[in-house]
Every structure is written in C-alpha cells, then in structure tokens.
Design a protein around this ligand. Sequence first.
Ligand code: ATP
Length: 278
Amino acid sequence: FDCEKVKRRIEAVEKSLEEVGEITDPSKLVVGVDLGTAYIVLVVLNENGQAVATEMQFAQVLKDGLVVDFMGAQRIVRQLKEKLEQRICEKTGRTSFELQYAAIAMPSNTAEAECKAHKYVVEACGLEIINMLDEPTAANRVLEIQNGGVIDIGGGTTGLSIFKDGKVIYTMDEPTGGTHLSLVLAGNFRIPFDEAETLKKDSSRHREIVGIVRPVIEKMGTLVKNHLVGHEVHNLYLAGGTCCLPDFENIIEKQTGVATHKPVNPFLITPLGIAISA
Ligand code: ATP
C-alpha cells in the first residue's frame, strides 16, 4: 500500500475543490448536478477540470434517493444555476451567460423511471444532460481508486462501494445517514430538527457533537464492516457531508479495522466527480 500516493491524490483533490479555475472559454464550462436527499449541489468546471464556482442548498425534495417533490427540485436547481451564471458573468464581465451542459448521477441500482425523474428535473432548468452515471463511479472520478472501498455518508444513507482494478464490484446502501445524527441531537438537546441540523454543522461545537452521536457513527462503521466480509479491502475513503465531522475517519477505522482516509471536504467529492464526468 502506497501511503504517499494516496496522500498526494487527496492533496490534488483538495486543490481541485478550490475555486481557482480561469474562464477562457465560457462555452466550454460544464456543470455537475448532485440531487441529494439533504443537499442539492451544483459545481461548475472549466475545460481543464478546475472548479470555477459551486452553489448548494439544503433541500428535502428527495427521499431515499427518489425525487418526491419535482417542482421543488426544479425550482432549487434553477435558482442555483442562475446564481452560478451571475457569478460567471461577474468573473468574465459579460452581461448574460447561460450554462448549457450538465452531468448527473444516481445511487447505484436506481430504477430507470427514477433516473428519468432526475434527468427531467435538470432538463427542465434548460440544461442538456451529456452524461448520467452512478454515484460511486462519480466519486471515484475524483479519488481514482483502483482497489479499495468508498464510504459515502450523505443525509439519508450510508453507502459502500468496493472497487477492484478501478471498477465497482460491490455496492450497498443502508438507510442511516446525517439526518439520523440530527434526530439524535434534536432528542438530546430537546430542540427542533432544523435547529439540530444547524447545530451539527457548527464547527465550534463539533467535539461535543461527536461525543453525542459517536454510537451512531460506530453503528455506521459496523454496517460497513459487515459488508466488507469476503472482500479484500485494505483502504477506505470517505465521501459525503456527514463525514465532515471531526474524528469520523478514526471511528470508522477503529470499527472496521481498515485504514480510512478523509479528504478535507468530503462533502464535495461526489458533486465534483459528477462535474468531471460531464
Ligand atoms: P444522500 O447521499 O443520502 O442522497 P446528500 O447527497 O444530500 O444525501 P451530502 O450532501 O453528501 O448528502 O451530505 C448531506 C449531509 O451531510 C446532511 O445530513 C448534512 O447535515 C451533513 N453535513 C453537511 N456538512 C456538514 C458538516 N460540516 N458537519 C456535519 N454534517 C454535515
């Protein structure tokens, strides 16, 4: 196992997440649209694959990866797209600009009808879909793992994808995610869910928060461990907003017994991978 190589790759990922990309030809900009159960994220890349602008919004318009509020999803994607276009205009001195091309990703094993619902939401906002892929493959466009596992913990689910020679050979998705952690916090502090969501993201209280939700994170680790049985996995990589919590990688590593690596911003791994795939 080449520790240095993984470290270099994670550093490269972090660099590509900084919004440093120059815009030489706006017509070549592409956007990755990540419709999640907790967040909708849009990332714009230039032709060199560098991030130019990112916008996101908390939204509960999907449930278990399925679009449950089509109009709501469409409204938010449109608003985020307009914000990005405005920022691109400011950067380039143009008076108007419209993003044209997009890629989207769905959880593995999403039914065809659901893939179409995702597609229609994005197309209804004036974007042409030039690539549709599954989320683990999108995350791996950034991480570039040949052999190992990607743990993606978003709002609704804990996912594990195992890669062999760069291809997905196994996936699991279980319904425990960041929303579950917020519910535990809401119960613990006797506060409404929305307040608990905000509290969870307050980095000044992260140590205290991890102390409270640690048993749930441990359970996520056990879940992953059970699905690793029978697979030769020597490294795990974290993606998904929930993994932003400090110490997350250490808890998962302890539970699974497998070396676990976390980029500085796991939240943006999948959205960035979707955009790279456009
Ligand atoms: P899913 O993958 O289940 O469809 P999603 O794509 O919306 O959901 P992400 O955007 O990867 O998931 O992550 C959203 C979750 O991450 C939410 O539960 C959110 O509260 C949590 N989250 C985001 N940022 C942070 C943070 N800084 N600290 C703790 N949790 C965070």
